[in-house]
Design a protein around this ligand. Structure first.
Ligand code: HEC
Length: 181
């Protein structure tokens, strides 16, 4: 019979895989070491195919849509999970990378898209240097949101306002050219 102490030493020597109780730790490690999130033009779809949360749309490229929706629905702010996609209008998107990917942007990457009936193409992507077609720097505005909101601006989180009303935004959302069937 192996004593508990020897089993413990074996676990350490052979690696934590030998210990069932560490299965959760192993899983977490594998997720953390998974390659960068793959994001290309096909990651962005017609807004109607995303999930509407109040006035904007969300998706999750890593399959954890429920966690993204929960973060979006939290009225007092929440940290969005990796894989989250957030869009207010068809041509601008924020995508959340894995934790630690870019500390300055809370792991968000900003995208400016070109959209047409053929789909999306990426015009510009990055973190602090992406500028929209009106000359505004995405990060420069979104970083002003109070920390608890994870760079989500809405109307009252501390960002500089955009000159587009919610009514106009609803119209722009309905005219997403990618939604034509
Ligand atoms: C002038 C400041 C400003 C700039 C520049 C800007 N945004 Fe925003 N953004 C806002 C504000 C304010 C809202 C909220 C509007 C609302 O809820 O009606 C918003 C909303 C959003 C949302 C919906 C979630 C949220 O934060 O409320 C996304 C996604 C987004 N912007 C992405 C971008 C991207 C990508 C760029 C650059 C290509 C960009 N924004 C440039 C201020 C800005």
């Amino acid at each position: 019979m192996l004593s508990k102490r020897i089993v413990l030493v074996l676990c350490v020597l052979v690696g934590i895989q030998a210990c069932d109780k560490n299965a959760e730790v192993i899983e977490a490690t594998v997720v953390a070491e998974s390659p960068e999130l793959k994001i290309d033009a096909d990651s962005f779809v017609c807004l109607n195919q995303m999930t509407a949360v109040r006035h904007y749309f969300v998706d999750n490229l890593s399959g954890d849509l429920a966690a993204t929706v929960a973060a979006a629905e939290a009225t007092d702010g929440a940290v969005f999970p990796p894989g989250s996609v957030v869009q207010l209008v068809p041509t601008e998107a924020m995508v959340k990378h894995k934790s630690g990917w870019n500390v300055a942007t809370n792991d968000w990457e900003f995208f400016e898209l070109d959209v047409s009936a053929e789909g999306s193409s990426i015009r510009n992507r990055g973190f602090a240097d992406v500028v929209n077609r009106f000359g505004g720097n995405c990060f420069g505005c979104h970083i002003k949101a109070e920390a608890k909101y994870d760079l989500i601006c809405e109307l009252d989180h501390g960002c500089d306002p955009i000159p587009v009303t919610r009514e106009m935004i609803a119209g722009i959302q309905q005219q997403d050219p990618r939604c034509a069937d």
